[in-house]
Design a protein around this ligand. Structure first.
Ligand code: THU
Length: 136
């Protein structure tokens, strides 16, 4: 059975519980639904050097690709200050949008807290490297 929007958001919320965010104190969780129905999650993992911080979305993508999944039909992202329940959309940062584009399509659903959108809406007119397939 295919999991629905709420189940994917729940998976992102669960992953968010493991966010390591001692510097920003902003906890983010992400969940990806692969074409074959598997779910991969990630949370933000910060670093004392700050710039080495990894976002939740990119963590989830790395998990999925390492497990052999490269195509996703939906993405859920939730974020809020640590200790608070997300009540507003946490939009993926530009870097994460670009990384998601590598393994998604413009119509990939993006579920946020209180808002549904698509990856094509979040990042239109993406860079296309001539001669390179969108995703092998
Ligand atoms: N963060 C994410 O995990 N995903 C995003 O798309 C935006 C920002 C994290 C990075 C950092 O740990 C914290 O949120 C505050 O920027």
């Amino acid at each position: 059975m295919m999991i629905d929007k709420h189940a994917l958001l729940d998976a992102a919320l669960t992953a968010r519980q493991n966010a390591y965010a001692p510097y920003s104190r902003f906890a983010v969780g992400a969940a990806l639904l692969s074409e074959d129905g598997r779910v991969f999650t990630g949370c933000n993992v910060e670093n004392r050097s700050y710039s080495l911080t990894c976002c939740a979305e990119r963590g989830a993508v790395m998990q999925a690709v390492a497990a052999g999944c490269r195509r996703f039909t939906a993405v859920a992202v939730v974020g809020a200050p640590q200790g608070e329940i997300p009540t507003a959309p946490c939009y993926p940062c530009g870097a994460c949008r670009e990384v998601l584009v590598e393994f998604c399509t413009p119509d990939t659903a993006v579920y946020l807290t209180g808002e549904d959108t698509t990856l094509g809406e979040l990042l239109p007119k993406t860079f296309i490297l001539e001669g390179t397939p969108v995703c092998e």
